[in-house]
Design a protein around this ligand. Structure first.
Ligand SMILES: [Mg+2]
Length: 236
């Protein structure tokens, strides 16, 4: 087997962060605008860039695009402050740690590189994963994050380029199904399919297995509890 790039979604796939995302949005909004944030844009499967923009529009902020980078800086700056809350209120999803360990085992499956493809800004992804003991098997330098681009599909290209640069390959070496995207929303599946990657759905977030199958996932798992099944889904 050649190189394989496995890109895990974070929220709803590897972990449940206990709702700290919303807390952070409230904190940053209050700091930037001096008032209370009344409503959030939908978050599941979307990038922070997209969520921030729509949330600011909903709050009636004029020229909201001007503030997206400031908001991202705010989220990043406050990420460490939610570590204890994630550790207390959040949880690693069943089987996540075992799946990461099985895939990351030395020499087990040829050259498997595993990282994340997430809508979170990188500091927050890192804090969530570390707080719940899931960080160590992941090569976060080759991941793609919610501050890299508004569109999730673009994040697949970002991760391929980073993996190629770090491992001395050409981006094309991770093209097509040499990349596997695993996530809990139809947007994860769409991002995979739009970039020719293999799409694995896992129904532990806010969407049932049927919605992920309908979106076109090559395989849909109910959860990550059967490590053998997860490996077969990712390595097929
Ligand atoms: Mg998710």
């Amino acid at each position: 087997m050649g190189d394989l790039l496995v890109l895990w979604d974070v929220d709803g796939t590897l972990l449940d962060a206990g709702g700290v995302g919303g807390d952070l949005y409230e904190t940053v909004f209050a700091q930037l605008f001096g008032c209370t944030l009344e409503a959030f844009a939908p978050m599941a499967g979307r990038t922070d860039r997209a969520i921030i923009l729509q949330t600011l529009e909903m709050a009636g902020i004029r020229e909201p695009r001007r503030y997206v980078d400031h908001f991202i800086c705010g989220l990043s700056a406050h990420a460490q402050s939610v570590r204890e809350t994630v550790a207390g209120r959040g949880r690693a999803l069943p089987g996540a740690s075992a799946a990461l360990a099985a895939l990351g085992g030395p020499g087990k499956f040829g050259r498997v590189r595993q990282s994340v493809l997430t809508g979170n800004v990188r500091p927050l992804a890192e804090v969530k994963l570390a707080a719940l003991g899931l960080r160590d098997r992941l090569d976060l330098c080759i991941g793609a994050y919610g501050d890299d681009h508004e569109a999730r599909t673009e994040l697949v290209h970002v991760a391929r380029r980073r993996a190629a640069a770090v491992h001395g390959r050409l981006p094309g070496d991770f093209g097509g199904t040499a990349t596997v995207v695993i996530g809990d929303t139809p947007l994860d599946i769409e991002a995979a399919l739009a970039t020719g990657a293999r799409a694995v759905g896992v129904a532990t977030g806010s969407y049932p297995a049927s919605a992920l199958a309908e979106a076109g996932a090559h395989v849909v798992l109910q959860d990550l509890t059967d490590t053998g099944k997860v490996m077969r889904a990712l390595l097929a």
